[in-house]
Design a protein around this ligand. Structure first.
Ligand code: HEC
Length: 456
């Protein structure tokens, strides 16, 4: 088990914090109303439940506090608010512990009645403060969802009739960001202290300062992060989300290089022919023949739900297509060949498949070899070797293959050479020799072999 896995599990458990904190809220209020009733009715027999309620308010508050710590590891909260929420939460926890203890030790003392009522009142006040800060921190509704729905759903359609007249930022750049980044970088959810919902916010940057170096895309934090391998911890968008396409990255880079302007049109920024050809693809009605997706029929929600239950995230590739992006993100160590076999039910629809760090063997590779529309395959950090790679020859549409951290040797390169459409292979930390890579590069210049951890 690796630490990343533990971290994601603990954050997942932490996601129950907003739910769990309703327990102490209920119990503390109940304790309060009970005191009011006792005071009015002078019904002393009700006093016996005080000790139990005190106990449960303490336990549930401490539990909520613990889950809160787990959740805060996720990051992306307004730090000042978070600190206030945390400190008031600690004070509340202290008060509930004190209430329980005075119940346990001082219930017979004369000063007990007043002290107890005072403390319960203090707990209610503290609770309101904690709740107020907690409420301000609260995020969108997709909170308890482990698999998040594709961002493309919220993206609005921008119509560009003539690319030369298009405003680069608002019609090209912002729509890309709205589609792939905005779900975590907006006013409500400021991951990394960064908002990307307006030109000004993007220029302002995040908690580590500016994310753009105007005029120099390769020195811009934004481009560095989107160019990382999707499996990298810091990659943007993070693992599990649809990465930017190479066209989208080029648009962002060009915009930054051309001065990261707010209102300039494409023609004013004088794109060269190469960029203009690329931008043309964003014109309305433009169809890029080379990137036309295979058409497949829709899979029933029920089947998808059944397969997801095995511990895999399934997302639509885009709004227009029935193709799927399938990723094993949590519980990687329990993913095995039997589970891979169950993916056969959706085999023609799988376009992206991520099974890194899982326990798959040759049997899984045989199954995967039948996924005829597979375009991107992540198998890094598995126990796979040369004989398993043999199976992949059949995958005619495979363009990107990540096998870093496996035990494959130069022999696998010979197999990869036979995959017709392969464009990129990640082989960092394998047994493939530099010599073999150089030979391969000469023979197959259209394939990029990435031997380092960075993708440029
Ligand atoms: C699923 C949520 C999510 C999505 C989608 C997402 N990000 Fe992030 N982003 C994060 C988190 C979490 C951090 C903070 C990471 C950290 O602190 O290590 C972050 C941090 C950043 C930072 C660093 C900010 C700073 O100042 O440190 C940049 C830049 C960034 N994201 C850009 C992007 C871009 C560009 C996209 C879209 C292509 C994107 N993000 C999509 C969650 C997301």
């Amino acid at each position: 088990m690796n630490t990343e896995f533990l971290k994601s599990i603990s954050i997942f458990i932490g996601h129950f914090h907003p739910l769990v904190v309703h327990l102490p809220i209920g119990i503390i209020f109940f304790l309060f109303f009970l005191e009011v009733i006792i005071w009015f009715t002078m019904n002393n027999s009700l006093k016996v439940v005080r000790i139990y309620l005190s106990f449960f308010s303490m336990v549930t508050t401490l539990f909520g506090l613990l889950l809160g710590y787990l959740l805060s590891a996720e990051g992306g909260y307004d730090l000042e608010l978070l600190e206030k929420h945390e400190h008031s939460g600690q004070i509340l926890a202290g008060i509930t512990v004190a209430i329980f203890l005075i119940n346990l030790f001082f219930a017979q003392k004369v000063f007990f009645e007043k002290l107890f009522k005072g403390m319960v009142f203090a707990a209610v006040v503290a609770l309101s403060i904690v709740g107020h800060y907690g409420g301000s921190l609260t995020h969108g509704e997709d909170y308890l969802a482990l698999s998040q729905i594709s961002d493309t759903k919220n993206a609005e359609k921008i119509v560009i009739k003539d690319i030369n007249q298009a405003v680069v930022f608002s019609q090209l750049v912002q729509p890309i960001i709205n589609q792939k980044c905005i779900s975590c970088h907006n006013a409500g959810k400021m991951k990394g202290g960064l908002r990307m919902d307006s030109f000004e916010e993007i220029i302002k940057g995040g908690e580590n300062g500016a994310i753009l170096k105007v005029g120099n895309s390769s020195q811009s934090e934004l481009m560095k992060l989107v160019n990382l391998d999707p499996s990298e911890e810091r990659a943007m968008p993070p693992k599990g989300k649809t990465p930017l396409t190479s066209d989208e990255k080029q648009v962002l880079a060009w915009w930054i290089d051309a001065g990261a302007t707010k209102d300039k049109k494409v023609s004013e920024l004088k794109p060269d022919t190469k960029i203009l050809a690329l931008l043309k693809k964003f014109e309305d009605g433009a169809v890029d023949e080379t990137e036309k997706l295979p058409e497949v029929s829709k899979i029933e929600e029920k089947t998808l739900a059944e397969i997801s239950q095995l511990g895999i995230n399934i997302n639509p590739l885009s709004k227009e297509s029935n193709l799927l992006d399938v990723r094993c993100i949590l519980n990687k160590s329990s993913w095995d060949d039997k589970k891979t076999a169950s993916l056969s039910k959706i085999k023609d629809n799988i376009y992206v498949l991520e099974l890194s760090q899982t326990n798959i063997t040759n049997a899984s590779l045989k199954t995967i070899a039948e996924f005829k529309n597979l375009n991107v395959l992540f198998l890094q950090n598995t126990n796979l070797g040369d004989s398993e790679m043999n199976q992949l020859q059949k995958l005619e549409h495979l363009e990107v293959l990540n096998v870093y951290g496996t035990i494959i040797t130069d022999k696998s390169l010979e197999v990869f050479a036979k995959i017709k459409n392969l464009k990129k292979i990640y082989i960092w930390q394998t047994k493939i020799t530099q010599n073999a890579v150089e030979k391969f590069n000469k023979k197959f210049p259209s394939v990029t072999i990435i031997t380092g951890s960075l993708v440029i």
